[in-house]
Write a protein that binds this ligand. Structure first.
Ligand code: UD1
Length: 418
């Protein structure tokens, strides 16, 4: 079993370019199915979820090459319309192949996706969107969709990121125009729009609640660079807030992190936001302060994916912080592990009350989901003594070489076999 061995207490110092965003590259890889020529993607993070997506593309008949952070997908020979149960279980994002498959072949056969670690994660909104565009959906030991999408009006009951992306991807190949109402506004949807338009699509409105798609335009091959990962950035900033020191991150747009930066500012960190970088400085001699209620919400609200890392930083602080998780039912699995490290946190349903302690201490802890894993690493860096972190398979789904990134910033971290 691999574990991360983290010795806390070193302040973090230095500069790092944040790698490409998992939540951007996954829908963009699925979107490659819509192209009629090879697509070159740069700044792709090397993550196990990316490997899963490439496996799906290969099974569907695409030629795929990966060299470092560049991926070339040639979908010219793609004929398949089925994603296997194993691939669907490997990650929640496998569902994002539904829209492109329908757009390309008029048919899609999938099973229910995995990724249940945050509580129930239904796909009803994805299916409702597909139906609204004129496709037939049958749920019978899996999901079977049939029919060329015609386009139409998609009213999302909730601004779901995945359902918005699936609707856009299906609509691009539809015979007529589509309007998506109550669309999610996350920056990664903007990246998907830019990618599709680079290939010749006409998608407008990403970043607002209404997205329009012309539909039916043939897409060429092309080249595109994936945006930086704002959640990786939030995790590294949480690590710096936890350990103290000064960290400068490049490759992310600070505006995508505005709510997270505001929390760190209120907690007593010095935050500098520039076009080219974002920097966080915390004097280790001065404790962090508790902040007013942090309520997760769809973008531009406080991201649910940053809840665990920010909680890890605020676990050692003066005062209390109340967290309200409005997005997922079960997103406090890191709390029990933080408590092993000496944190004082009470949860009740979707609410968690963090009573700041003076300092955490090292312990053996286990990540049980991706961002919870990032949070435990951040906590360990500010803690006294050594932490042994297991469950690295979760961390590797979304952080490319987390221990190397932290080492660049001066942390005492190594991966060991136990
Ligand atoms: C995406 C992100 C994930 C992030 C989440 C919320 C990717 C690959 N993943 O996940 O990192 O935590 O957004 O910002 O981009 N819902 C339904 N029915 C559906 C779909 C969603 O009820 O058909 C609910 C979910 O249970 C959840 C809420 O809508 O309560 C938001 O989920 P959604 O935005 O769809 O998250 P994902 O796209 O899965």
């Amino acid at each position: 079993m691999s574990v991360m061995y983290i010795r806390g207490g070193n302040p973090l110092e230095g500069e790092l370019a944040v790698h490409g965003a998992k939540n951007s590259v996954l829908p963009i890889l699925a979107a490659c199915l819509l192209a009629r020529g090879p697509v070159t993607l740069t700044n792709c993070p090397r993550l196990t979820d990316v490997t899963t997506a490439l496996g799906i593309l290969r099974c569907l008949g695409c030629q795929v090459e990966q060299e470092g952070r560049t991926i070339v997908v040639d979908p010219t020979g793609a004929v398949g319309s089925t994603v296997s149960e194993e691939q669907m279980r490997a990650m929640r994002s496998s569902i994002i192949f539904l829209g492109p498959l329908l757009a390309r072949t008029g048919e899609a056969h999938l099973t229910y996706p995995g990724g249940c670690e945050l509580g129930p994660r239904p796909i009803d909104l994805h299916l409702a969107a597909i139906r609204a565009m004129g496709c037939e959906v049958r749920e019978d030991r899996g999901i079977h969709c049939q029919g060329r999408p015609k386009g139409g009006e998609v009213q999302l009951a909730l601004p779901s990121v995945g359902a918005t992306e699936n609707a856009i991807l299906c609509a691009v190949g539809a015979d007529g125009p589509t309007t998506i109402i109550n669309a999610a506004r996350e920056p990664e949807i903007g990246d998907l729009q830019s990618f599709l338009n680079t290939l010749g699509a006409n998608v407008r409105g990403a970043g607002s609640s209404t997205v329009t798609v012309e539909g039916g335009r043939p897409l060429s091959g092309g080249e595109f660079a994936i945006m930086g990962d704002r959640i990786v950035a939030a995790t590294l900033l949480s690590a710096a807030a936890s350990a103290g020191g000064r960290v400068r991150l490049r490759g992310v747009d600070w505006r995508h992190l505005a709510t997270v930066l505001s929390v760190f500012h209120q907690a007593g960190c010095r935050v500098e936001s520039r076009l080219e970088y974002v920097e966080l400085k915390r004097d280790r001699a001065k404790p962090l302060k508790g902040v007013p209620t942090i309520r997760t919400a769809p973008y531009p609200g406080f991201p649910t994916d940053a809840q665990a890392p920010v909680m890890a930083a605020l676990a050692a602080s003066q005062g209390c912080t109340l967290f309200v998780e409005t997005m997922f039912d079960s997103r406090y699995r890191h709390v029990a592990e933080l408590m092993r490290m000496g944190a004082d946190i009470t949860t009740e349903g979707r609410v968690a009350l963090v009573r700041g302690v003076e300092r955490l201490h090292g312990a053996r802890v286990e990540a049980s989901d991706l961002r919870g894993g990032g949070a435990l690493a951040a906590a360990a860096l500010g803690a006294e003594g050594a932490t042994v972190l297991s469950g690295l398979n979760h961390i590797d789904r979304g952080y490319e070489g987390l221990e190397e990134m932290l080492r660049v910033l001066g942390a005492d971290v190594e991966r060991r076999e136990e």
